[in-house]
Design a protein around this ligand. Structure first.
Ligand code: PLP
Length: 373
């Protein structure tokens, strides 16, 4: 039997294909997930799970909703707990997009934005991030795209960004929020990397506007990707329909995982201090290796654990073939930037969430490909 038409534009993620096809001895700089331990607070909560294990309310455990609300300066009614932030994007798109609606996403983008828009039979259109300023999000190109695409029903911003680690300014976020509100367009601010920064905490949409929705999860800064707990924060009028989709799709996030997420959020301050130490150590290993093996002077990103590295000229004709060669002959996994949209085609994403010794070895293995091909 053939899959449904709505799947015809969807392919398995190249990020997964590259990582899953790698030999066990390849250095994994492909996947974007913390490699440090799940913080103790969550381990303890999981260990202490007793008694029945109920479904729980579709909106999520009230205690967890309260904790998320306090974290974002919101009210419980403004919080929907989802299976990861990806469960949030899925639910919002399915709940609000009709076939043919357009969704405005950054270029380069986190691939789930375009794939989930296509699953909702909507059409992804892009606005460019500022290549001249390390791919930071600027309001100008987004507002221009809104003008030329009157069918846009939803706008996604993501800062700090996957795949570039670049953030944005409060002023740019404010302009974007005002433009979306004026048009009645849904604005989704994906802030999963906000607390993994290298000095200055990047702004949140919530700092500058009450319009729009914030997406986040315990996957990155709280080190709990496998718990699959995320949330949407925003006006309940958006959350009700999203809850209907999420509830029918999966009922809710796993009950023990929600208890662990609650323990994580309650211990946010010390967890973030440790997580930032982890990424700082990894960044330092990467910066030193880039300098000694490739001769690159690199600045840390604004946030997250991605280094968007310019590909050598020889790779530009076929970046996927180059990354496959790097993986199979060089023994290191990187993701071609074209996976994240045309704006990333001249780059590759190096995830430095891996262990520092792997990062050092990975860059050493990259050197012959950058220096001689
Ligand atoms: C920008 C961004 N948003 C959302 C997600 C989804 O994460 P999760 O569903 O674990 O919250 C990711 C995962 O890599 C991401 O990079």
């Amino acid at each position: 039997m053939l899959p449904a038409h709505r799947l015809s534009h969807l392919k398995p993620s190249p990020i997964r294909i590259l990582s899953e096809g790698a030999s066990p001895s390849a250095i994994p700089l492909g996947l974007g997930e913390p490699t440090w331990d799940l913080p103790h607070a969550a381990q303890k909560a999981l260990h202490e799970t007793r008694g029945p294990c109920p479904y729980g309310p579709n909106f999520g455990l009230p205690e967890l909703r309260d904790a998320v609300a306090r974290f974002h300066g919101a009210h419980r009614d403004e919080v929907l707990i989802t299976c990861g932030s990806e469960g949030g994007i899925f639910s919002l798109f399915l709940a609000f997009l009709n076939p043919g609606d357009e969704v405005l996403v950054p270029d380069p983008y986190f691939p789930a934005y375009t794939s989930l828009a296509l699953l909702a039979e909507a059409i992804p259109v892009t606005y460019a991030l500022d290549k001249e300023d390390r791919f930071r999000l600027k309001a100008g190109p987004l507002l221009a795209a809104l003008e030329t695409h009157p069918k846009v029903k939803a706008v996604v911003v993501n800062a700090p960004s996957n795949p570039t680690g670049a953030a944005t300014s409060a002023e740019d976020l404010r302009c974007i929020a005002e433009a979306c509100e004026a048009r009645g367009v849904m604005l989704v601010s994906d802030e999963v990397y906000r607390d993994l920064h290298y000095g200055v905490r990047p702004p949140s949409l919530r700092d500058v506007s009450n319009y729009g929705l914030i997406l986040s999860s315990v996957s990155k800064a709280w080190g709990g990707a496998g718990l699959r707990v995320g949330w949407i924060v925003g006006d309940p009028q958006w959350l009700g329909p999203a809850r209907t989709v999420h509830g029918y799709a999966v009922t809710g996030a796993a009950h023990p995982a929600q208890r662990a997420a609650l323990a994580l959020i309650e211990d946010s301050e010390s967890i973030f201090i440790s997580a930032r130490k982890e990424i700082r150590a990894r960044w330092e290993a990467l910066a030193a290796a880039l300098k000694s093996h490739l001769g690159h002077d690199a600045e840390p990103p604004d946030g997250a654990f991605y280094h968007f590295i310019a590909l050598p000229d020889s790779a530009l004709a076929d970046p996927m073939a180059f990354c496959l060669g790097l993986r199979d002959e060089g023994g290191v996994v990187l993701v071609p930037g074209s996976t994240f949209g045309p704006g990333g085609a001249a780059h590759a994403r190096l995830s430095f969430a891996a262990f520092p010794h792997q990062i050092t070895e990975g860059v050493k293995r990259m050197a012959p490909f950058w220096n001689s091909k």
